[in-house]
Design a protein around this ligand. Structure first.
Ligand SMILES: Nc1nc2c(ncn2[C@@H]2O[C@H](COP(=O)(O)OP(=O)(O)OP(=O)(O)O)[C@@H](O)[C@H]2O)c(=O)[nH]1
Length: 262
């Protein structure tokens, strides 16, 4: 029995008269090449692909999302995301849709003193959205840094507690030529110290002293990142969340700043 002889339940009429904002698939992993700064980055994306479904339609065409992912290699860039999302919506015979791709983005970084190179990974989500025919590109970055507590430094005879922190930035992209690598570098500079994959002893001494000379509360970091992103070319509005995985507590310190886009 081929599919033409089978009942097409998804395409049947639905009498409840309730439109669905987003329906589709999530948590599907797929090999992907991400283009940024003129370079190809091999990675694996976790995808969430959805479309809007009109009130009178029973179901969407679920299999078509997967078919689209598998049509040739998945090669994406910030600039190419809108076209991919449009193609998805067309394929699903929908009017609106969203495509989320979450993946580790690897940057080759040289240690600050020894210069030894190693990969460092950042979690990135690219979000393509088409609504009322208009494309929008969203971005979510999770950037790990070191933070060192200014209070602890001030009150202690020696040392200061420090920890790994996550700076999460969500923003709308207004210029598809935006460089992800440069944006990550601009944000990570606002921690007490950036992270590297590989550090030899001279590097470890350097980063220990660098963080000690740049103590920051969670409030300092969220404000400094907001300052760095205010007027940053190629983005429109942002939300910044900073989480310090406190080494002196079994809980996190957390701060958020929202700046709506124009
Ligand atoms: N809409 C919908 N589909 C589901 C659901 N659960 C499973 N399916 C999918 O139903 C799919 C088959 O339906 P379609 O994608 O419409 O397949 P088809 O009708 O053969 O293909 P088209 O003619 O392209 O629509 C399978 O890929 C399943 O993943 C669900 O809750 N809703």
């Amino acid at each position: 029995m081929n599919s033409h002889d089978m009942p097409d339940v998804q395409s049947s009429h639905d009498a409840r008269d309730i439109a669905i904002d987003q329906v589709g698939i999530k948590a599907i992993r797929h090999p992907m090449t991400f283009l940024d700064d003129g370079r190809e980055h091999a990675t694996v994306a976790e995808c969430q692909l959805t479309v809007g479904l009109p009130a009178d339609k029973k179901g969407t065409h679920m299999s078509r999302f997967v078919a689209l992912l598998n049509e040739g290699p998945l090669i994406l860039s910030i600039a190419g995301l809108s076209d991919w999302t449009r193609a998805m919506i067309e394929r699903l015979e929908a009017q609106s849709g969203e495509a989320h791709f979450t993946f580790p983005y690897f940057v080759a970084k040289d240690a600050p003193v020894s210069g030894q190179g190693a990969m460092m990974d950042y979690d990135v989500t690219l979000i393509g959205r088409v609504e009322h025919g208009r494309p929008h590109i969203g971005l979510k970055l999770v950037i790990p840094v070191t933070s060192l507590c200014p209070c602890s430094k001030e009150i202690s005879a020696y040392g200061a507690h420090n920890q790994r922190s996550h700076i999460t930035v969500e923003t709308e992209v207004s210029d598809p030529a935006l460089s992800l690598r440069e944006l990550i570098a601009a944000v990570e500079a606002e921690g007490s110290c950036p992270l590297w994959g590989l550090l030899k002893r001279p590097d470890e001494k350097w980063i220990t002293e660098y963080a000690f000379d740049n103590p920051k509360f969670v409030e300092d970091m969220v404000r400094d990142v907001a300052n760095a992103l205010e007027g940053y070319p190629g983005i429109n509005g942002f939300s910044i969340g900073v989480e310090n995985f406190e080494s002196i507590h079994n809980h996190s310190a957390w701060a958020v700043i929202h700046r709506p886009g124009r």
